[in-house]
Design a binder for this molecule. Structure first.
Ligand code: ADP
Length: 396
């Protein structure tokens, strides 16, 4: 039986079709809402193909996906699909695990209010329910894995009523990725997850770290929203909150303008003035560009400080796990980060690090107190696994 994984972004739809553990097809519809949406699809063992057409909304994109899954002879009838797994960025305070889509999920107003930009995940669920009404649907929340954080980690020192009334607290994101790579790290270390402590570093366009103690997340760098934490492609990460009001006054910016500035114009792009793509910044740093060099230092430093803090709260760390675009593919950034951590007993094998790009590998030197692993993340695979687990649990 097939599991279909759907990931709706603000103007995109990503999907992957799994048969048992195997990915048999995937696709991406970009620029949804325009006359020139691009639909790229890939069937295992065949050449990728791309079409340009008008796709007004996500419902149409899902219809298109179903039509082509049929044409490619992968899904002949809706019943061929055992279940649909949806990536949902924000689950709010009430979901500590992935969940079967029911009224509780569909009416998750708190999460919709907290993450207006991610409402589209819920729109995707509604569209899939319309087109595949008989198939069970599962919501896999990015926030769920972090729900094991203790209150001392997720509570902001604001007047307490903002927590009770508005549910303002730390939630954390990328949970599916942190969960996958931490479980995989345990397998690679030949231990059960319950016996190890790891710090997972999901470093992509958006980045977050998680402190995982005996399989449970006890802290993570993103907060109420994915703006907090380490320096990212275009997001500032942690800053003095007073900067917000200062900028509003000095530059006459509205709340929406400051939000836009912190989310879209800051981070690697803001400091370097070059790009949000770290590859460009690394290239310019290599040519001697001072801002590019500074940007790399600011980035690595912000990550090192989190590792130091998480090392302290975990009470011992078995492994650092690098994942996502930068973590998987940039030996240079991994080295910059690890070079500052000798005090913790972190020793990188420079040769292994250099050769490891987008593959699963241990890159620490002999005698390193803390192992260093590179593990490519597999969020879609993890969502499929979660979907299977939840529907089997529901059948019991
Ligand atoms: P997203 O967070 O959008 O899922 P990814 O995890 O794919 O993104 O990460 C994308 C980012 O990874 C790019 O913006 C780029 O900065 C970075 N990246 C990808 N390849 C490399 C590389 N070889 N060296 C440095 N950075 C890289």
């Amino acid at each position: 039986m097939l599991i279909l994984v759907i990931n709706c972004g603000s103007s995109s739809l990503k999907y992957t079709l799994f048969k048992h553990e195997q990915e048999i097809a995937s696709g991406l519809v970009e620029r949804i809402g325009t006359e020139t949406a691009v639909y790229t699809r890939q069937v295992r063992g065949k050449k990728q193909s791309a079409l340009t057409m008008s796709v007004p909304n996500h419902e149409r994109a899902i219809r298109l996906m179903m039509e082509y899954l049929g044409r490619d002879n992968l899904v002949r009838r809706p019943e061929d699909i055992e279940a649909v797994g949806h990536r949902v960025a924000h689950g709010g305070p009430n979901f500590t695990d992935s969940a079967l889509v029911d009224e509780r999920v569909r009416n998750n107003q708190i999460a919709r209010d907290l993450a207006p930009l991610h409402q589209v995940n819920y729109d995707g669920i509604e569209a899939a329910l319309k087109l595949l009404p008989q198939q069970p649907q599962v919501a896999v929340f990015d926030t769920a894995f972090h729900q094991t954080m203790p209150a001392k980690a997720y509570t902001y020192a604001l007047p307490y009523r903002f927590f009770t009334e508005l549910k303002i607290r730390k939630y954390g994101f990328h949970g599916t990725s942190h969960k996958y790579v931490s479980l995989r790290a345990a397998q690679l270390l030949k231990k059960t997850a319950r016996r190890i402590n790891v710090i997972t570093l999901h470093l992509g366009n958006g980045s977050s770290l998680a402190a995982i103690q005996k399989g449970k997340c006890i802290d993570t760098s993103m907060g109420l929203t994915p703006l907090a934490g380490v320096v990212m492609g275009t997001r500032s990460g942690d800053i003095d909150p007073a900067i917000v009001t200062y900028l509003m006054e000095k530059e006459g910016l509205s709340a929406a303008e400051v939000e836009n500035l912190l989310n879209k114009k800051s981070g690697i792009l803001g400091v370097s003035g070059i790009s949000n793509d770290l590859r460009e910044v690394i290239k310019q740093a290599g040519k001697g560009n001072a801002r590019a060099k500074l940007c790399l230092q600011v980035l690595a430093y912000s990550i090192q400080k989190y590792i130091g803090a998480y090392h302290a709260i975990l009470g011992g760390v078995d492994a650092l796990v690098f994942t996502a675009g930068i973590g998987e593919k940039s030996p240079m950034v991994r080295k910059l980060i690890c070079d500052g951590l000798q005090g913790l007993g972190v020793k990188l094998d420079v040769g292994k690090n250099r050769k490891t790009i987008a593959q699963e590998k241990a890159i620490h030197a002999a005698g390193s107190k803390i192992k260093i692993l590179v593990i490519p993340t597999r969020e879609e695979y993890m969502i499929a696994q979660e979907t299977r687990r939840i529907i089997h649990k529901a059948k019991k």
